[in-house]
Design a protein around this ligand. Sequence first.
Ligand code: NAI
Length: 332
Amino acid sequence: MSLKIIFFDAKPYDESSFNNVNLKFGFELSYFKEHLSINNVMLTKGMDVACIFVNAVVDKQVINQLVANGVKLIALRCAGFNNVDLNAAKDRIKVVRVPAYSPYAVAEHTLALMLTLNRKIHKAYNRTREGNFALNGLMGFDMHGKTAGIIGTGKIAKILIKTLRSMGMKVLAFDVYPDFEFAKQNEIEYTTLDNLYKNSDIISLHCPLNKDTEYIINENAIAKMKDGVMIINTGRGKLIKTSALIQGLKSKKIGAAGLDVYEEESAYFFEDRSNRVMDDDVLARLLSFNNVIVTSHQAFFTKEALENIALTTMQNIQDFNDNKVLVNEVSI
Ligand code: NAI
């Protein structure tokens, strides 16, 4: 009998890429558009696998219910797994993820945010469409010769760093597990967070969200940064304390912010909410700054990444079904 997989948070593009890859696997797929939560976990009854995405809430209560419903595997179709209570899952239900599907996609989107904010392409786009060809207020800076501070130097950051280096930027990096060989090859310097804050013109976040990195960018960190610093977050929303970011933007300490993720994103991101009044005052405030760009957790969103996500997710599930070693298992 073929495995029954229920997809939560399923969008038309997910259905399309998974249906396509499933031609090879032949699983029984059903799609559900909401995030997995305690309110809809009953839908997993009789399913073998729950396939979830970044904003599912998989706490102890949900895991208890998944186990009671007979679900044997949680298949994350993303890299981050901060939304799953691994303690509650331990020895009761397996958890797999897609550790890398296109680090290029995220690195390229990060660069797009930097370049757009610096050269004010978002403003220029609107201006010229209105017949306004003035340059006032659009001045940027040469990134060549400036310093980028990169927090977390894993797969995504390494691609970004190589690109920034090719543009003539200096790079200061911080990682709990520094890769000194990479640093030597690419002529970058690992340093302390304080030194990175003090000397970086642009700071970009590429570490996972965990108890050590939650709110790593807070009032204290911002106070140590250069005046006018640009902050980019394509990591996870809770790496930044949004209230501190807003304060920094208001005081002009922060010159620009590019956010692909937001700490309370789950109510808005990935959905069309354009016909409703926005009830998140913090998000509304962020969107009111002309030096802030918010994108809707879209850094991963390329054709190649979606294909890789579908393929790796299905392979993870197939390996589970075949009792093979789960190379992409997450556990504690
Ligand atoms: P990775 O696992 O290759 O690299 C993460 C790096 O962060 C590692 O070098 C690790 O040593 C370092 N790190 C861990 N704890 C740290 C700490 N306390 N301080 C500094 N560095 C620390 O991960 P990858 O693939 O580069 O992804 C990075 C993050 O990007 C993911 O954790 C995920 O949250 C986010 N992401 C966002 C996407 C988007 O669409 N916006 C898509 C994919 C990932």
